[in-house]
Design a protein around this ligand. Structure first.
Ligand SMILES: Cc1cc2nc3c(=O)[nH]c(=O)nc-3n(C[C@H](O)[C@H](O)[C@H](O)COP(=O)(O)O)c2cc1C
Ligand SMILES: [Fe+2]
Ligand SMILES: [Fe+2]
Length: 396
């Protein structure tokens, strides 16, 4: 995509990444893609805000050149050092070795660690402002959203918040970069939640803290570094992030996330019984065969749901490996304080429960009960599983 003027003298110069299969080497974006949104402010002093992954550096440099001679750039604001935004920095420094790099103190240290860049850096303080001429930038420290060095940059004349990863989402843009240009805004909202649950949710407390700071700003546009720019309804994405970051401390939605896996169908034989009980109880639920659906799509439902049902067999003295991985990822993502039940088949001595008990403790999940059965489930097992499901539904 070509550069887009988002306000007088302020340009989106970002790129669509359509070739990365796993974002951060983990999160599937094969179909969705992702944008790296960079911005240019032309003024008496010219400033770039954030860059892109090194693999898309050529596209970014082309976009810059259609707006300005890169040698005329005075500043690069580095809101965040993750290489999806800083990766093109050496390419930029090659054409403009004199540009001043701005970021938090920690960013200065990371420039050395990641790129061996020792020159040109100037640290900015929380609340500090920088006049470019007509435009003034205010730097806001937002540590741990989701790295320790992270800042956001507020452009005061137009009220634009350059929020970097905060308020971002997956999805390449083809219909335009703005929220009001989309025929399917819900798709981008879903992809923002997926991004949130994959990248940001473990840092929900820092997100809430950042939001309290941002509440004092007259924000008219939210311009993150991934996904849409919210100009028609900036409050929408701010509110959604607040809502999602609130799904902690037992405050998730009164819904159920049912995750299952099976080798030979014994464990999953009881799924219809579970599902019919959830339906009878009028509980909204999301179910995933974890062998079919990539974890990046499961985490949003796990993050949003107060109730979790784990259905999977014993495997070599533990829980089925893919399920162990999912529940360990849940711990990493701090999906704490849920109500849970476990259901699964085993062949002889069992073992899944050892992992379930240990992991529920680590996750601070209230395990309301379990139903294990040898081989296939008997009618008595089904009766027990139905009762457990009802108990979960009543305790959400
Ligand atoms: C590779 C493999 C490892 C297993 N390890 C154990 C085990 O350590 N302990 C146990 O009680 N059963 C074990 N089983 C038996 C399964 O738990 C049992 O067959 C169960 O019914 C499988 O459920 P599923 O049909 O949902 O996959 C193992 C089965 C397989 C295929
Ligand atoms: Fe990041
Ligand atoms: Fe990012």
């Amino acid at each position: 995509m070509k550069p887009v003027a988002i306000k007088d003298d302020i340009f989106w110069i970002g790129v669509n990444d359509t070739t990365t299969r796993l974002f951060e080497g983990l999160w599937l974006i094969e179909d969705e893609g992702i944008t790296y949104n960079s911005y240019l402010i032309k003024d008496e002093k010219n400033a770039l805000i954030d860059l892109c992954k090194d693999s898309t550096g050529d596209l970014l440099m082309e976009n810059i050149k259609t707006c300005i001679d890169p040698k005329d750039l005075d500043y690069l604001v580095i809101n965040h050092m993750e290489p999806d935004h800083s990766g093109a920095i050496l390419q930029l420094l090659e054409v403009n070795p004199n540009i001043t790099l701005l970021g938090s103190k920690k960013t200065g240290e990371m420039l050395i660690d990641f790129f061996d860049i020792h020159q040109n850096f100037q640290a900015v303080q929380d609340g500090e402002t920088l006049s470019l001429g007509k435009h003034t930038l205010r730097f806001i420290s937002t540590p741990m959203v989701h790295w320790p060095e992270t800042i956001m940059t507020f452009e005061e004349k137009e009220g634009i918040l350059f929020s970097c990863d905060g308020f971002g989402g997956y999805g390449k843009v083809s219909q335009g970069i703005f929220d009001d240009e989309q025929s399917d805004l819900d798709y981008f909202i879903q992809e923002s939640l997926r991004y949130y649950a994959n990248i940001v949710c473990a840092f929900s407390k820092p997100v809430l803290k950042a939001a309290q700071k941002l509440a004092a700003l007259p924000i008219k546009m939210v311009a993150p570094s991934h996904g849409l720019i919210w100009r028609k309804d900036p409050q929408k994405i701010l509110d959604l992030y607040m809502q999602w970051s609130g799904y902690t401390d037992g405050n998730a939605l009164k819904e159920v996330c049912l995750v299952y896996a099976s080798m030979y169908g014994n464990s999953t034989q009881v799924l219809p019984a579970i599902q019919s009980e959830l339906e009878a109880a009028g509980v909204n639920y999301h179910s995933f065969d974890i062998n079919q659906i990539h974890i990046s799509y499961i985490l949003p439902a796990l993050w949003s749901s107060a109730g979790i049902i784990v259905c999977a067999p014993t495997y070599e003295g533990g829980l089925f490996p893919g399920m162990e991985f999912l529940l360990e990822m849940a711990e990493k993502k701090r999906i704490y304080d849920r109500k849970a039940i476990y259901v699964g088949s085993y062949g002889w001595g069992g073992g899944a429960m050892r992992f379930i008990n240990k992991q529920c403790e680590a996750l601070k999940w209230d395990l309301l009960g379990e139903a294990e059965f040898k081989g296939k489930a008997e009618p008595a097992d089904e009766t027990k599983i139905k009762a457990l499901t009802r108990k979960l539904a009543q305790n959400l």
